[in-house]
Each structure stands twice: as structure tokens, then as C-alpha cells.
Design a protein around this ligand. Structure first.
Ligand code: MG
Length: 236
């Protein structure tokens, strides 16, 4: 999992540098396919319940599961890249949201709140704590900044399968849920909206959008619980 985590992190950083006004999202998918192949890794998204691309790309009011295509990125857009891949039978899953050129201050704040919430959730992922401690910490961090946690999608266990038990909601109460134990591998992934938390699914049956059209951001890491600090597997 460390190896595939490193690969996912490396490719996401490469994509971050490729993002600029004028590029279309299919080109980012092609780069991902090429970089995965170079490293002998396989996209976990491609073919997952029929998903047609190597990663999910969700722009502005799209929350998650956007399909790369002909959409051309424009100055001021925010772009969420969610990549899951496998190597030797183990998966890793991570996401970043990137601004295209100059973005509005509200968008900057949304990105900072979402990335900060991921950090807060990771900070709560300690051996002997409960799953709900992670959920509560993420929710508290986001709501303190005036944003909403998307409720219909959650983090998850990750390992031999892309999605394993337990589900890791991004809202809840501390002290609830299972006890965290060394060796557990989890994908934490706050999805945050600038407006309300309700979502809808587009006609392509994949793309999830905020119901009110507000901006949304998404950051994710795969981590392993240890006896001390959690180890982040998808960080360079
Ligand atoms: Mg995930």
C-alpha cells in the first residue's frame, strides 16, 4: 500500500502542475493513464461499475465522480482530482482540489477549509480512539468556517479492495463507531460545499453536483492507523 500510495501521490502532483486554463479534462485522464502504466499500476476507477475513465475530475459545483471529457478548464475554476489505483493487489485512494490560475477568495477559503478538515480528521485517527472521533473532528472544522459537509458520500476502508468496511462519515459524534486499531487502513475524504450539503446526480448517472449550484471541494488521503501518529500513505 505504501508503494501504490506513493504512485498516486506522485501522479496527483504531476497533474497539479499540468492544470491550466485551456486544457480539457480528457487530457488529464490521458496523462493519468500513461503515468499509471509507466509504473505498472492500474486505475481502480476505470471499469468500476462501468466508470469510463482513469480518475474522477469534478469542476466547480461538481462534488465527486465527474467524468473526464471535452470540458475545457477556465481561469477561476476549481478542479477536484480523485485518483484510486492498485498495484500487486493493493489499492490507494487520494484526492486534491486545485484552482485554475487566480480563484475567488471564497474558493480559496473553501479549499483551505477542506484540506484543513482532512488534516484535522487525520489528527483524530489515533489508536484507541473511535471512528466517530474522526467524523466529528472533520465536521467541526468545516462548520466552524461556515461551510457544509456533504453527507451522502463518505470515506471508507481501503486495502485489498478499493472500498472496504468501515464507512467513514464526515459528520457524526465522537465516541461512536468502532475502535481504531493499529494496521487499519482508511481513506478519509471530506467533501465540502460553500452552500448547502444536498446533492444531485447528473444525467450521465455519475457526476454528483451540489443541489444549490454552490462550489465544492474534496481532499482525500489513504492512511494507516499506528500505535503513534497515523501514517499518510498518499503523501510525498
Ligand atoms: Mg475514496
Amino acid at each position: 500500500m505504501r508503494r501504490i500510495g506513493n504512485i498516486v501521490a506522485t501522479i496527483l502532483e504531476k497533474l497539479r502542475t499540468e492544470i491550466k486554463a485551456g486544457i480539457n479534462t480528457r487530457q488529464l485522464d490521458a496523462i493519468t493513464a500513461c503515468e499509471l502504466k509507466k509504473r505498472g499500476a492500474k486505475s481502480s476507477s476505470k471499469g468500476y461499475q462501468g466508470f469510463p475513465a482513469h480518475l474522477c475530475i469534478s469542476v466547480n459545483d461538481e462534488v465527486v465522480h465527474g467524468i473526464p471529457g471535452e470540458r475545457v478548464l477556465r481561469e477561476g475554476d476549481i478542479v477536484s482530482l480523485d485518483m484510486a489505483a492498485s498495484l500487486n493487489g493493493f489499492h490507494a485512494d487520494a484526492a486534491i482540489t486545485v484552482g485554475v490560475g487566480e480563484i475567488r477568495s471564497q474558493a480559496e477559503e473553501l479549499l483551505a477549509a477542506t484540506e484543513g478538515a482532512l488534516g484535522a480528521g487525520i489528527g483524530a485517527a489515533r489508536c484507541g480512539s473511535h471512528l466517530g472521533d474522526i467524523s466529528a473532528e472533520i465536521q467541526r472544522y468545516v462548520e466552524a468556517r461556515g461551510f457544509s459537509i456533504i453527507r451522502e458520500y463518505a470515506g471508507h476502508g481501503v486495502g485489498r479492495e478499493l472500498h472496504e468496511e468501515p464507512q467513514v462519515p464526515n459528520f457524526g459524534s465522537s465516541g461512536e463507531g468502532c475502535l481504531l486499531q493499529p494496521g487499519m487502513t482508511l481513506a478519509l475524504e471530506p467533501m465540502v460545499a460553500a452552500g448547502g450539503w444536498r446533492t444531485k446526480v447528473a444525467n450521465d448517472h455519475w457526476t454528483v453536483l451540489t443541489a444549490d449550484g454552490s462550489l465544492s471541494a474534496h481532499f482525500e488521503h489513504s492512511i494507516v492507523i499506528t500505535k503513534g501518529e497515523p501514517e499518510i500513505l498518499t503523501q510525498l
